[in-house]
Design a protein around this ligand. Structure first.
Ligand code: AMP
Ligand code: MG
Length: 488
């Protein structure tokens, strides 16, 4: 433990269960001290739900890494991961887990500082983060939360008073990230590759207890773990697809066992519907394209299943059989979630065999006319159609009639249908040009009002409020050249 840092206790209620795992899983690591922390953005409602005081002056030093919450035993976590298909040793190279906050409701959340300095896993990196990417993570993760998608969250961003050196000289910043945990598929891969079976087992037992506590009566609790992780990914990825979210870097170290979206690097929301949509500058082959995400999730889950083989059964063949059976359920689980979500987006309450065709036809018309994904569903919801090529087309007209016929075969009233659609189709998403505009104002002019306004609008995406309308407009130039970057 770092004895040189002051400890404060304003609302902090800390435990360090991860740090009680075998010590192969982490190294003790204090965050760097930084010269002049300044709070840029703070998540008041999240702070309150964590049991923290809304007044943050004292905690700014905690968010910067200069002070520690009382009871914190900061560590950097070890993990591995397949990056673009290649396996590497990774670990928290620029993050420190301060520990776990126990909330007034008794929930446990990781409190992690991202950009807090070098660790034993930093390799050649500087351990630091720049303001722009940390604000970007803040914005997108909070948007995901607003959309009702499981995600890590952002409590605060502070600038440090230091410069970080990338292609340009940038303002250094630290993001305080809140997560159900930071246990990744890559954590299990690390355990399988470099640790003893007892250590792997300790990790699996810990994970079961932390995230899947009702496992006690299951005849094979490690199989249960695998099945539950598969279920949560099948739900998560369906939710991404339904709102057009492209994660951009679905490496196995960026897959959280808890089923939250984690690691907002090159992610972005799709504008016009196109399964080949890729934003990441380095994903030239489209491995992590929008339409590939379900397949990549299945691939990542297979990597997870491999790590559990020694725990599933002493007989290797039997273990493989159990894993394969569990994995074979993913596609159906995913597909059911996706199709249910799509029916809801179209205001359909029950299920008919031809619903799938109706969905596919709409998507293929949207693709043909390059229609905006979010706005198409928004306009279907409002029943107000803009003057776009698609809405004027005969293709759409034919589809529209089929859709109306389909709706007439259910009991629910028009109002009820619209209610379902409003709850299923976000009126706004954090559009790339809006996010860029907010980041530019923040980085260049120290004007955070643009970001704050954007955040207030996207935090309630299903509101269909008047102040959201201006956020539904598309960028002047098509956003198809939009590029995002990793490791920033
Ligand atoms: P990410 O692309 O954020 O998922 O990071 C992949 C790996 O690179 C993780 O092990 C990170 O901790 C590490 N990493 C990313 N940026 C830095 C940095 N600036 N310094 C040290 N390690 C880093
Ligand atoms: Mg990562």
């Amino acid at each position: 433990m770092d004895m040189t840092k002051t400890k404060i206790n304003i609302g902090w209620n800390f435990d360090n269960s991860y740090a009680r795992l075998p010590d192969v899983f982490f190294t003790k690591q204090s965050p760097d001290n930084v010269p002049s922390p300044k709070l840029i953005i703070f998540n008041h409602s999240l702070a309150l739900s964590l049991g923290l005081n809304e007044k943050t002056t004292e905690n700014i030093e905690v968010f910067a890494g200069n002070t520690l919450p009382e009871g914190a035993h900061p560590i950097a976590q070890a993990y591995g991961g397949h990056q673009y298909g290649y396996f590497n040793m990774l670990g928290d190279g620029r993050a420190v887990l301060l520990g776990e906050q126990i909330t007034p409701l008794g929930e446990r959340f990781d409190i992690q500082l991202k950009g807090s300095g070098r660790t034993s896993y930093s390799r050649r990196g500087d351990g630091k983060a720049a303001l722009g990417p940390m604000l970007r993570e803040y914005i997108i993760s909070e948007a995901m939360h607003g959309l009702g998608i499981p995600t890590t969250r952002s409590l605060a961003v502070v600038t440090t008073g230091e410069s970080v050196f990338r292609e340009n000289i940038l303002k250094g910043a630290v993001l305080t990230r809140i997560a159900a945990s930071h246990i990744r598929v890559g954590t299990f891969q690390y355990a399988r590759e470099w640790c003893k079976v007892e250590e792997l087992k300790a990790l699996a037992d810990y994970t079961l207890k932390r995230h899947f506590y009702n496992e006690v009566n299951h005849e094979n609790k490690y199989l249960f773990l695998l099945q539950e992780v598969i279920k949560r990914q099948a739900l998560l990825i369906a939710k991404w697809q339904l709102v057009g979210f492209v994660h951009g870097v679905m490496n196995t170290d960026n897959v959280s066992i808890s089923g939250e979206t984690i690691d907002y690097g090159p992610c972005a929301f799709m504008d016009n519907y196109d399964p080949a949509t890729v934003f990441s500058s380095i994903d030239s082959e489209g491995r992590y394209a929008y339409g590939n995400q379900p397949y990549i999730a299945a691939w990542n889950l297979a990597r997870f299943a491999e790590t559990l083989l020694p725990l599933l059964n002493n007989d290797k063949e039997k273990a493989i059989q159990l894993a394969e059976n569990a994995l074979s359920n993913f596609t159906e689980l995913y597909q059911n979630n996706y199709e249910l979500g799509m029916r809801q987006k179209l205001g359909i309450f029950n299920e008919e065999p031809k619903d799938n065709q109706l969905i596919k036809e709409l998507l293929s018309i949207m693709y043909k006319y390059g229609a905006d994904y979010t706005n198409t569903f928004r306009e279907l919801t409002l029943h107000e159609f803009s003057n776009t090529e698609m809405f004027k087309s005969e293709d759409f007209d034919k589809w529209y009639k089929k859709w109306q016929e389909r709706l007439s075969r259910q009991m629910e009233s028009k109002d009820y249908v619209q209610k379902l659609m409003k709850n299923s189709n976000p009126a706004v998403i954090p559009r790339n040009h809006r996010v860029e505009e907010a980041l530019e104002a923040a980085e260049k002019q120290e004007d955070y009002s643009v970001m704050e306004k954007l955040l207030s609008v996207i935090s309630k995406p299903y509101d269909y409020s008047i102040d959201q309308i201006e956020y539904t407009t598309l960028p002047k130039k098509s956003a198809c050249n939009y590029r995002t970057f990793c490791g920033t």
